[in-house]
Design a protein around this ligand. Structure first.
Ligand SMILES: [Fe+2]
Length: 438
C-alpha cells in the first residue's frame, strides 16, 4: 500500500522544471519584487523515505518583479544524502551534511540557506542551485534548527542545534555580518526533539518538552516518541549572561512559536501553537505510520487532532508560569511581521484546514479567510513604509483539485490582491519565505 505521505496533495513531483511568464489574476503590486520560496520533502520517484518528514528537500520558487510573475522553478537541494556522497563517521559519528534540508529557507548577510534541524545549513543560490553545506568557517559543530530568529534591532541571527548525543543543546549567534560569534552549551536532562525556540530583547526561550530521542526507534524514520517521565519545561536564558531559569509547565508539545516579548513587568510572554499530550501523539502516529489521509501538523480542523494558539506568561519574580488557551481552533504554521520578532506584536497569522486565520492578540478577535484548498504557511510581507503592523501582504500556496496557485492577500483585510497560477502542483510541505530584492 502506498503510504499517505506519497499520495494526494502530499504526492511528490517527479522532476525539476522551469516555466516562464506565469498567468496572474488580479494586480501584483510592483513593489512585490523578489522571490517566494517554499521548502518541503519530495522523495525521488520510487523512493519511500519511511516518514513524511524524512523526504529529500525540494524548493519551489516563484520570481515576482514589477507586477509580473517571471518564473517558477523547483529544485532538489543537493545534500550529500541526495548525491550519495555522505560520509559515515563510525557508530557515534553523525554526518551533519547527510540530511534532507527540507524544512525552511532563510537569508542572512546576503546568503540563502536551506535548513533542516538535524544537520548543517546548505547554502543555495537565488536560482535554487546548491552551493554546499556551510559550517561558518569550521565554527559550527552542531546541527542548526530550521527556525533561527533574526533580531530586527541588531540584525543578528540567533539559533540553536540539538542532537542525539551530548551536547544535547547548543545556542549559537551569528553577527549581522554573518560570522559565528557565540556558541554555548545549554544544560538539559536529555535529548529531545526541539523544533523551534523564541527570542525577546534580552532573552532566549527554550522549549524542553517530552518528545525524546529513542535509539531503538532509529529504524522508524524519525526516532522520537512521547515520554511522560521527561516532564515539560520552558527555559528563559539571558542573552547577555547565558544563564537559564527553568519553569515547569503542563506537559505539551510545540513545533512552532508565534512570538515572544517582555511585558512592562519584565515577564516573558510566549505565544505558540500547543499540542496536548493526546493531540501530539495522535498527529505523530498519523505522520509516522503514513496511513491517514491528513497527516501532519496543520492538517487537522479539530483541537483533539491538532494544536491551538496558547500563551505562557513566565514571571521570574515568583517562578510561576501562567497558561491560557487563546482559541479553540486547530491551527499551525504561525507567522508574524519579521520586524516584530522578539518584540510585542499584535497580529499572528496561522493556517487551518482550507483557511487562513488571522489573530488579533490584543482584542482576542480573529478573522478567517477560506481558501477552498490545502493551504500552506501564510508569509507576511511588509509594505514599503508600512503604516501599521499588518500593512502588507500574505503569500501562501493553495492547492485545490491538483492545481496550485500562489495567493497574495491584503494582510489587513485578507482580501485577494492577486493569484499567480503555478504550472504544476506544489506538494503540501513545510515553510515558505519571501526574499525581497535588495
Ligand atoms: Fe517548522
Amino acid at each position: 500500500m502506498t503510504p499517505s505521505y506519497l499520495q494526494g496533495d502530499l504526492a511528490p513531483v517527479p522532476d525539476e522544471i522551469d516555466v516562464h511568464d506565469l498567468t496572474v489574476e488580479g494586480l501584483l503590486p510592483a513593489e512585490l519584487s523578489g522571490r517566494y520560496f517554499r521548502n518541503g520533502p519530495n522523495p525521488l520517484p520510487g523512493q519511500d523515505p519511511g516518514h513524511w518528514f524524512a523526504g529529500p528537500g525540494m524548493i519551489h520558487g516563484v520570481r515576482l518583479r514589477d507586477g509580473r510573475a517571471e518564473w517558477y522553478r523547483n529544485r532538489w537541494t543537493r545534500t550529500t544524502q541526495f548525491t550519495g556522497d555522505a560520509r559515515f563517521l563510525g557508530p557515534d559519528g553523525i554526518d551533519l551534511t547527510a540530511i534532507s534540508a527540507n524544512t525552511s529557507v532563510v537569508r542572512h548577510s546576503d546568503r540563502l540557506f536551506a535548513l533542516v534541524e538535524n544537520g548543517l545549513p546548505y547554502e543555495i543560490t537565488p536560482e535554487l542551485g546548491t552551493v554546499g553545506a556551510c559550517d561558518f568557517g569550521g565554527r559550527l559543530t552542531t546541527a542548526m534548527t530550521a527556525h533561527p530568529k533574526e533580531d530586527p534591532r541588531t540584525g543578528e541571527l540567533l539559533f540553536f542545534g540539538y542532537g542525539f548525543f551530548p551536547p544535547y543543546l547548543t545556542y549559537h549567534r551569528l553577527s549581522a555580518g554573518g560570522e559565528l560569534v557565540e556558541s554555548r552549551e545549554i544544560e538539559v536532562p536529555g535529548p529531545t526533539m526541539m523544533h523551534d525556540f523564541a527570542i525577546t530583547e534580552n532573552h532566549v526561550v527554550w522549549l524542553d518538552l517530552p518528545v525524546v530521542f529513542d535509539l531503538e526507534m532509529t529504524d522508524h524514520g524519525i526516532p522520537y516518541r512521547w515520554d511522560d517521565a521527561y516532564g515539560a519545561r520552558l527555559g528563559v536564558m539571558g542573552r547577555a549572561d547565558g544563564k537559564t531559569r527553568w519553569f515547569d509547565v503542563d506537559p505539551c508539545y510545540v513545533f512552532h512559536v508565534g512570538n515572544a516579548h517582555e511585558d512592562a513587568l519584565g515577564r516573558i510572554v510566549l505565544d505558540a501553537i500547543r499540542y496536548t499530550p493526546g493531540s501530539f501523539q495522535s498527529v505523530w502516529e498519523r505522520v509516522g505510520s503514513g496511513v491517514d489521509e491528513v497527516p501532519g501538523p496543520g492538517a487537522a480542523g479539530n483541537p483533539e487532532r491538532g494544536a491551538t494558539l496558547h500563551r505562557w506568561t513566565l514571571d521570574a519574580r515568583n517562578g510561576l508560569a501562567k497558561e491560557e488557551r487563546l482559541d479553540d481552533r486547530a491551527v499551525e504554521f504561525p507567522t508574524i511581521s519579521g520586524a516584530r520578532t522578539g518584540l510585542s506584536s499584535r497580529y499572528l497569522y496561522t493556517v487551518t484546514e482550507k483557511a487562513i486565520v488571522k489573530y488579533d492578540t490584543e482584542t482576542g478577535a480573529n478573522d478567517v479567510r477560506e481558501t477552498g484548498g490545502a493551504t500552506g504557511e501564510a508569509v507576511f510581507v511588509p509594505a514599503e513604509g508600512e503604516r501599521a503592523e499588518d500593512d502588507g501582504w500574505l503569500m501562501a500556496v493553495v492547492t485545490s483539485k491538483g492545481d496550485s496557485a500562489l495567493w497574495v492577500l491584503d494582510a489587513g483585510t485578507l482580501e485577494s490582491v492577486a493569484t499567480v497560477r503555478l504550472p504544476r502542483r506544489v506538494p503540501t510541505g513545510f515553510h515558505g519565505s519571501w526574499f525581497a530584492d535588495a
